[in-house]
Design a protein around this ligand. Structure first.
Ligand code: ZN
Length: 424
């Protein structure tokens, strides 16, 4: 991928992040882009169609899309799967979100996943997610900048310059107004959605940072954005699915919700979504019984999730022989305890794809004394039993509200995934 391609990929990634302030919006924007490219929505309540080409299933904040090649031979074909996740750490509105204190109007929130709490201070925040109406209709909502979690001034508490202690109940409550006890937060959200407050029967609403993504640095080599973990992978997988040359296998993009809280949900990577969709696709190909297992034995999966570049100020936290950099290629992530799925076969699979796409690749393994994160990879390996690896774009400041990547790695990841889909 040339420099110009890298720039247009980053510009498109920035547009995707901006359109995707919540997991629900990310899944909806993936669906919109797929529909524009001619993919057909498959409703889960309908029988699956058996026409070749592109299809997708949208379930809450998750989406599974697939492409069936014309004239596929189910006795030779398998699934080529890319998995990623649509959610990021955040602050989630409580059921009764309107709180008042000392003349201020505040939003009551829970902590979702493992954010860097200090990163949520002193930034303009919007609310994004979905409401469900009394009649059962789902409406996506994204407000403009409405909220802010103000940090205490060092004049009032000198200790915050050395150790910032943030109690999740007391110190992370955003303000949204002052001296206006009449302003009910849910009523404002309802108005934004074109509803009455009494129409809202349920809500999943999260704070998001409204500052748009930016390319920066003296040579324009850096990209700063919220939610790069893991929209960088969702967008790379989508780009790959839409641009890959047709191969012999069914290509699948699975974007799950709830990875940051353990994936155990109906739209999470530990749930039944992917396997249900794959079994139904196999059914449309006339694959039954042992044929399903033969098809799985020919299948593979790349779990794509952002990883860590070496931090120059904290290099001791990395393994001395494995210090990946930005703009040096996507990561192959290893862990002997299998918190990442990559084994020799999975590594060879991704290296083959990178070689076919002319993309450099870097190895990541944790320092033994530092805990290792995980991804949706292991639970899908456990469930499907296919060859797998864990890969991703290297970042600094993971789980910050403004993560940092290079401008080249996201496009390179897309190129490698497209080569994998095409049969490399
Ligand atoms: Zn992630």
């Amino acid at each position: 991928m040339g420099v110009m391609d890298a720039r247009s990929h980053i510009a498109d990634l920035a547009a995707f992040v901006t359109a995707s302030p919540s997991s629900f919006h990310a899944a909806a924007d993936v669906a919109r882009r797929l529909a524009e490219a001619g993919f057909a929505e498959q409703r889960e309540t309908d029988a699956f169609g058996d026409t070749p080409g592109g299809h997708y299933v949208l379930r809450d904040g998750a989406i599974v899309a697939w492409w069936v090649p014309e004239g596929i031979d189910p006795e030779r074909a398998g699934f080529r799967i890319v998995g990623a996740h649509t959610d990021s750490p955040s602050l989630k509105l409580k059921p009764q979100p309107t709180a008042s204190a000392f003349g201020w109007q505040q939003a009551a929130v829970e902590v979702y996943g493992g954010p860097l709490p200090n990163q949520w201070l002193d930034r303009e925040l919007g609310l994004a997610g979905r409401v469900i109406t009394r009649s059962g209709e789902q409406i996506l909502v994204a407000t403009p900048a409405w909220l802010r979690v103000p940090q205490v001034a060092p004049h009032l508490d000198r200790s915050v310059r050395d150790t910032l202690h943030l109690d999740p109940q007391q110190h992370l409550k955003p303000v949204y107004s002052v001296g206006r006890p009449d302003l009910d937060l849910l009523a404002l959200v309802a108005e934004q959605a074109g509803l009455e407050a009494s129409d809202i029967a349920g809500h999943d609403l999260y704070c998001y940072v409204t500052e748009p993504p930016a390319v920066f640095g003296p040579t324009g080599e850096f990209f700063a954005s919220s939610r790069l973990d893991n929209l960088s992978s969702v967008h790379a997988g989508l780009t790959a699915l839409l641009t890959a040359e047709e191969g012999a296998d069914v290509t699948v993009l699975a974007c799950f919700d709830h990875e940051e809280v353990g994936s155990a949900s109906r739209s999470g990577g530990a749930g039944p979504l992917l396997e249900q969709v794959m079994r139904r696709i196999a059914g449309t190909l006339g694959v039954r019984g042992d044929g399903w297992h033969r098809m799985l034995a020919r299948s593979s999966c790349i779990s794509a999730d952002a990883g860590h570049a070496v931090h120059p100020n904290y290099a001791h936290l990395h393994d001395p022989e494995h210090r990946p950099l930005l703009n040096a290629g996507p990561l192959l992530k290893y862990n002997a305890d299998l918190r990442y799925t990559t084994d020799a076969a999975g590594a060879a699979l991704f290296r083959r794809a990178c070689a076919a796409a002319g993309v450099p690749v870097q190895d990541f393994v944790s320092n033994n004394a530092v805990p290792c994160g995980s991804t949706i990879g292991p639970m899908n390996a456990e469930r499907l039993g296919v060859v797998m690896c864990d890969v991703g774009v290297p970042l600094l400041s993971m789980h910050s509200t403004r993560e940092l990547s290079g401008v080249r790695d996201p496009g390179w990841l897309a190129g490698a995934l497209a080569a994998y889909y095409a049969g490399a």
